[in-house]
Design a protein around this ligand. Structure first.
Ligand code: UP5
Ligand code: MG
Length: 196
């Protein structure tokens, strides 16, 4: 018998748009596993003796995108090691290198359901990340200098990836400027429609 392919939803949006917050809610209601590429990279960075620790930290502080070989293998390991079959891949793919690497080594083994995009202007995104930083997030990129770079990377490198999926009619957009509960009301509709 053929093994069922894992189902994947990509979750994209600017830094602080609320990807992680909404993913937690989706997990509670729809039985997905949440895989944040950023969380996986921070975890790898923090491993004692990690080969890529320093590289990852430098990329994150500069708001640059880590080479796909690293991110893709972390994601693949998490998918294969989970024993589950539905995943929210949060914060990936973020640039052409990510997309090429994924399409080359993973895309054929999974079923991409859709790409969920949280739309939020830079001012609100920046404000959210700065207050998270002030609250002690411990994230080395929750400062104004890193945030400017993160948002520029989003505009210049990630938006074209969203355009690519738009042409494949896979993008579902959400206004992420409202309260987390209001945003989730819209998110829920998308997943409910998909489930029926
Ligand atoms: N908050 C959330 N929703 C809110 C709402 N509706 N109203 C008011 N406040 C709201 O939320 C951010 C903050 O806002 C929180 O304090 C939250 O309570 C509040 P969160 O849900 O964390 O937003 P999210 O979009 O997940 O923000 P995050 O900072 O995680 O986004 P980034 O995309 O910048 O971070 P990520 O961890 O994905 O990536 C970090 C870096 O890792 C990247 O810049 C890059 O250098 C590297 N990276 C790669 O190189 N490759 C990858 O594939 C992924 C990451
Ligand atoms: Mg996040």
């Amino acid at each position: 018998a053929t093994k069922m392919q894992p189902k994947i939803v990509f979750v994209l949006g600017g830094p602080g748009a609320g990807k992680g917050t909404q993913c937690q809610k989706i997990v509670e209601n729809f039985g997905y596993v949440h895989l944040s590429a950023g969380d996986l990279l921070r975890e790898e960075r923090n491993k004692p003796g990690s080969e890529y620790g320093e590289l990852i930290e430098n990329y994150i502080r500069e708001g640059k995108i880590v080479p796909v070989e690293i991110t893709c293998s972390l994601l693949e390991n998490a998918i294969n090691g989970s024993g589950k079959d539905k995943f929210l891949v949060d914060g990936f793919p973020r640039n052409q290198n990510n997309l090429d690497g994924w399409n080359k080594s993973v895309a054929d083994k999974i079923q991409l359901q859709f790409v969920l995009v949280f739309e939020c202007p830079m001012e609100i995104c920046t404000e959210r990340c700065l207050s998270r930083g002030a609250g002690g997030s411990g994230r080395s990129d929750d400062n104004l200098e890193s945030l400017k770079k993160r948002f520029n990377t989003y505009l210049n490198e990630t938006k074209p990836i969203i355009d690519y999926y738009e042409k494949l009619s896979l993008v579902r957009r959400i206004d992420a400027t409202r309260s987390a509960d209001e945003v989730y009301d819209d998110v829920k509709k998308i997943f409910q429609d998909y489930d029926v």
